[in-house]
Design a protein around this ligand. Structure first.
Ligand SMILES: *Cc1c(COP(=O)(O)O)cnc(C)c1O
Length: 371
């Protein structure tokens, strides 16, 4: 790998992570234990949540949330079409139907008008996604949820540290779910977390997290057919160290994104990500949209030739074979999502990126689109 290659993302770890993991290995307690509890407390504090339950990924966290909320066969769950498939896959795994909703092109998030339109008598829940670290416009979505008595499960996979009207993403719904995959704001290798203010729900989440067992007098009785979705203390040790870096990680991401946006604002046909007045963006990813007529995949290839890694924003689920086959979706049913899937471009963004690297990326984008 040439030294001057710029990756899309790169986890930021150091001696603190090494020391924390070494401490767990020396302790001999590797499965879920005191480090998981410490990590949960740090995430609860950072988000201002009463309860935080660690899970093995955001996908398992969201599945757990659906189970604990009693979502199952016959239920419909509203999910944005433009998201990572995990958001809808967990609904399918519960035997419920994901109803795909179009997105707002500027924010990449749920379009509240289309959301209201897709509510039926079977709708039980809505899953707002805060894509790339930008909060969905939650107030109108929460209004739809209130009006129809829907549960709200926030997919905050990308949004640790992001806020909506001054309050942390993940704390508006019944539950909020975070990811600690290496491409997210902080990482534990693999990992996730559910936060909630509801003590009864937290208890149900913990029950299903670990086989459905309740411990009394040194033995378990199994009240439910649960899962093993636990995070290990080895992973949680990374999380504890990463949480200490969170303020610096967020500050770096925001400063680098501001610089990138200033440079890209001058490039014809390139629309940098927006930050509406009600949001603080966490910039888990830096995703711009190219005007129609610019060949996004051609830009990705041109950047690659310059040693710069870039990729698509994310997927339009309705265009994926499973969702087309299972629910009869076809191209054009969700036009804004389809256009965004075609024209969005994720550029390198990670806290240890240098200002010079930002400048190189912006120069290469300019060269690629004005070729
Ligand atoms: C990454 C991501 C997920 C999945 O998170 P995992 O921890 O990898 O399971 C879900 N939803 C969105 C929006 C994501 O970006």
């Amino acid at each position: 790998m040439p030294a001057d290659r710029i990756p899309l993302a790169s986890p930021w770890t150091g001696d603190d992570e090494l020391d924390e993991v070494a401490g767990v290995l020396k302790s001999g307690h590797l499965s879920q234990g005191p480090k998981v509890a410490e990590f949960e407390a740090l995430v609860a504090e950072a988000t201002g949540s009463r309860h935080a339950v660690a899970a093995s990924s955001c996908t398992t966290a969201m599945h757990l949330a659906l189970v604990a909320l009693g979502i199952g066969p016959g239920d419909e769950v509203l999910v944005p079409d433009f998201t990572f498939p995990a958001t809808a896959n967990v609904v399918v795994q519960q035997g419920a139907v994901p109803v795909l909703v179009d997105v707002e092109p500027a924010t990449y998030n749920l379009d509240p008008v289309d959301l209201a339109r897709r509510v039926t008598a079977r709708t039980r829940a809505v899953m707002p996604v805060h894509l790339f670290g930008l909060s969905a416009d939650l107030d109108p979505c929460l209004e739809v949820a209130r009006e129809h008595g829907l549960a709200v499960i926030e997919d905050a996979a990308c949004a640790l540290g992001a806020t909506y009207k001054g309050r942390p993403c993940g704390t508006f719904g019944d539950v909020g779910c975070f990811s600690f995959h290496p491409r997210k704001v902080i990482t534990t290798g693999e990992g996730g977390m559910v936060v909630t203010d509801d003590p009864a729900l937290a208890e149900r989440l913990r029950l299903f997290l670990s086989h459905g067992g309740v411990r009394a007098g040194g033995r378990f009785t199994f009240e439910e057919a649960g899962f093993n979705y636990r995070l290990s203390d080895v992973h949680a040790a990374l999380g504890v160290a990463q949480m200490r870096r969170l303020p610096e990680i967020l500050a770096r991401r925001r400063a680098l994104a501001a610089r990138m946006t200033e440079l890209l604002a001058e490039v014809p046909g390139v629309n940098p990500p927006v930050e509406p007045p009600w949001a603080v963006h966490a910039f888990q990813a830096y995703v711009a949209t190219l005007d129609e007529g610019i060949d996004r995949d051609g830009v990705v290839a041109a950047l690659r030739a310059e040693g710069i890694e870039s990729t698509i924003g994310t997927y339009a689920l309705s265009a994926q074979p499973f969702f087309a086959r299972a629910y009869g979706y076809s191209e054009g049913r969700l036009p804004c999502s389809a256009a965004t899937a075609r024209q969005s471009l994720a550029l390198p963004m990670f806290p240890q990126m240098s200002e010079d690297q930002v400048d190189r990326v912006a120069d290469a984008v300019l060269a690629a689109v004005t070729r």
